[in-house]
Design a protein around this ligand. Sequence first.
Ligand SMILES: Cc1cc2nc3c(=O)[nH]c(=O)nc-3n(C[C@H](O)[C@H](O)[C@H](O)COP(=O)(O)OP(=O)(O)OC[C@H]3O[C@@H](n4cnc5c(N)ncnc54)[C@H](O)[C@@H]3O)c2cc1C
Ligand code: SF4
Length: 518
Amino acid sequence: MSHHIGPMSKKHRPKLRFILGDQLSRDIAALRDAEPATDILLLAEVGTETDYVPHHPKKIAFLFSAMRHFAEEMRAEGFTVDYVTLDDTANTQSFAGEVQRAVQRHKAAEVITTFPGEFRVLDDMQGWEQACGVPVEIREDDRFFCPTARFRGWADGKRQLRMEFFYRDMRRETGLLMDEGEPVGGQWNFDADNRKPLPARIHLPPDFFVKPDRITEDVLALVATRFGRNFGSLDGFDYAVTRKDALRALAHFISHALPSFGDYQDAMRQGEDRLFHSLLSPYLNAGLLGAREVCAAAETAYRDGQAPLNAVEGFIRQILGWREYVRGIYWLKMPDYAESNTLDAQRPLPWLYWGGETAMNCMAQCVDQTRRLAHAHHIQRLMVLGNFALLIGARPKEVAEWYLAVYLDAYEWVELPNVHGMVLHADGGYLGSKPYAASGKYIDRMSDYCRHCRYDVKTVVGDKACPFNFLYWNFLIKNEKRLGANQRMSLIYASLGRMDAAKRAAVTSQAKDFLNAL
Ligand SMILES: Cc1cc2nc3c(=O)[nH]c(=O)nc-3n(C[C@H](O)[C@H](O)[C@H](O)COP(=O)(O)OP(=O)(O)OC[C@H]3O[C@@H](n4cnc5c(N)ncnc54)[C@H](O)[C@@H]3O)c2cc1C
Ligand code: SF4
């Protein structure tokens, strides 16, 4: 859509305020001093963003619909919003091209935008001033608790970082779950009370869904035509795409799921996609919800006696701790972080991640959930899908690309440290002290997947042996030189030390055959 405007004196040339698809917050820095009477807001759907990885169709539909709704809301406030759709014939299909075109058509005096979530986009933004011939102001994204400079200061001089210490500092700084300078309940972390398997009989929270409106229907049609061949199903799209509905999703989580969030945070059950998770990450990451208001709502539920401390502390730690911590590491370590591969993992990502057949029930279930919903919860991403990629030695770059493509909440600032640091140990232990490698025993304890599997989780070698078992020991054997000296793995390596030579050879040989057949 082009707006043709007449000549203007320099004094009246508008400011162009550029909003990215994950910056859909009314209080985003670039909009803070915006004037409806004079300024122009620009949002653009561009091919460089839809195509740099093969995104799940639901992810593209969610973002485009949320962007279009945000544009409508800003128009309702009286702003002039210039919205460039993907199928606009004049669309240059890049941010740089669209900002440049908009500067020209509006005769803008300057561009104001907010710090992006991906290094790639920042790199692009840094060229805009020269390309557009007007000043470009990139404002700090202060929706996060911890500014990037603050994190840099915290990390400075530390050889290894630990989330737990960062998290305690953030609690002190924000006052979240603090009473007179002390953590509420006398402890920083209540994980010892969490991580229970799901009992056979338990009342699960009701689903939350939003019926697509006309704007979403239009987007779904566009996405079906353009991206229908990407991995992932568009069927049953029911995510919130407005702040109003995202707030309803938050309220739904607080009243129905938060009270048991801590207890069953690590549990998995076949046929139950959501359990007690919040499903709020897409809304937080796109800007429909703010991290501060989400943490405050959880704390209020605790103070009002509606949710226990282990649940609320566990939930707040994910957002105030992990989410901020991974972002800090991303901006501290990029661009080198994306190249890290300490364990020298070189195997191509197997086709089963893109829906190829597998007899491993846990993998099939988690991939299928990802295909249907563009969502899987943390333990599925970490201990099933991630663990398998770690054990088989999949190339970090390919694993990262997969996670970035398939999840509704995936942006590089949050996805990459989770993949390279938490899952693959590709960063040499900078983010986490040891890899989360685990055998089938863990999956069996935390889920019912093994009960429906053709493999036997209790067997380590042989025809029916669970692949997670022999791959686990094979991983430890293969990486003994690199990981054997890690204090946090000493117990595991001690049990490997007790394994007799014949079993070691059998494990290695079965793993080799399995990997060759992948
Ligand atoms: C390999 C891997 C890749 C991941 N990629 C992403 C990603 O691209 N985007 C993303 O938002 N999360 C990612 N996560 C973290 C986590 O799995 C998701 O945030 C979570 O599953 C989202 O579902 P939820 O909102 O129901 O989370 P809940 O279980 O309800 O947790 C509450 C909130 O805590 C935050 N959170 C929890 N764990 C993490 C974490 N490790 N890092 C950052 N934030 C966290 C999220 O904002 C989440 O909404 C990844 C984890 C792994 C192991
Ligand atoms: S037996 Fe092994 S492969 Fe099968 S579901 Fe259990 S952990 Fe997964």
